[in-house]
Design a protein around this ligand. Structure first.
Ligand code: 13P
Length: 259
């Protein structure tokens, strides 16, 4: 399989920002800038409360909708939680799982991320599974060890049939919201390692189909070099996704890089 089989994906993680009206306004601007292009897959992930209003704005465009989290059960006594089916009913195609902020502040473990990943796949929701090391782990030379544990932990029971659907996001924790980006070479080294681990889990052909996004202070100024790397198939964008112009510039970067 050639690399071109993996179309770039630029996904915006809006985190806990923008209410329903503000989210709709941003989505409207994003749609007007990049809503009709087809070279790059584009997705925005608002808060739960903005999903419906954003859904109405991106409807009939090429901008897809994603959520930032979900519960692994389909229904029941889980106060405050939302299921994969509920997200599908709001026309979500993607869901971010195991973001480092959820791991750090909400105690999400690899086992929980695994249950969520399997539940998302079963509901036809495309999981964007986040993995990445802390600065301490990097300095201790443990990057590969951490990546392997998180990836294998998240993907227990995931088969080669899910390869087209599955998305992995490598987000070095020290690069998130800090303005510090992994150099393209540093990022590519880890992305190549992730693909190698995927090959061990689901086979080489399937591993070539999985999109691996980079996340962590990605912005228009550094995107070209990151997206030029062989195993970087797009970005999971935080801060730069909150402005339509910078988000659109990242989509343009990906279109220019041309997978
Ligand atoms: P920043 O782009 O703000 O560093 O956030 C990255 C991120 O956490 C995306 O999920």
């Amino acid at each position: 399989m050639t690399q071109s089989a993996r179309k770039y994906l630029i996904a915006g993680n809006w985190k806990m920002n923008l209410n329903a009206a503000e989210g709709a306004a941003l989505a409207k601007d994003v749609v007007s800038l990049v809503g009709s292009q087809t070279d790059v897959a584009v997705c925005v992930c608002p808060t739960f409360t903005a999903l419906e209003s954003v859904s109405q704005e991106v409807n009939n465009s090429n901008v897809q909708l994603g959520a930032q989290n979900m519960h692994f059960e389909s229904a029941g006594a889980y106060t405050g939680e939302i299921s994969a089916e509920m997200l599908r009913h709001l026309f979500c195609n993607f869901v971010i799982l195991g973001h480092s902020e959820r791991r750090e502040y909400f105690g999400e473990t690899d086992a929980i991320v695994n249950k969520k990943t399997l539940a998302a796949l079963a509901a036809n929701l495309r999981p964007i599974v986040c993995i990445g090391e802390t600065l301490e782990e990097r300095e201790a030379g443990k990057v590969n060890e951490v990546i392997k544990t998180q990836l294998e932990g998240a993907l227990v029971g995931v088969t080669a049939e899910s390869a087209d659907t599955l998305v992995i996001a490598y987000e070095p924790v020290w690069a998130i919201g800090t303005g510090k980006t992994a150099t393209p070479e540093m990022a590519e080294e880890v992305h190549a390692e992730i693909r190698c681990l995927l090959a061990g889990l689901i086979g080489e052909d399937a591993a070539q189909k999985v999109r691996i996004l980079y996340g962590g202070s990605m912005k228009p100024e550094n995107a070209d070099d990151l997206l030029a790397q062989k195993n970087i198939d797009g970005g999971l964008i935080g801060g730069a996704a909150l402005k339509a112009n910078s988000f659109a510039a990242l989509v343009e970067s990906a279109a220019k890089a041309g997978k």
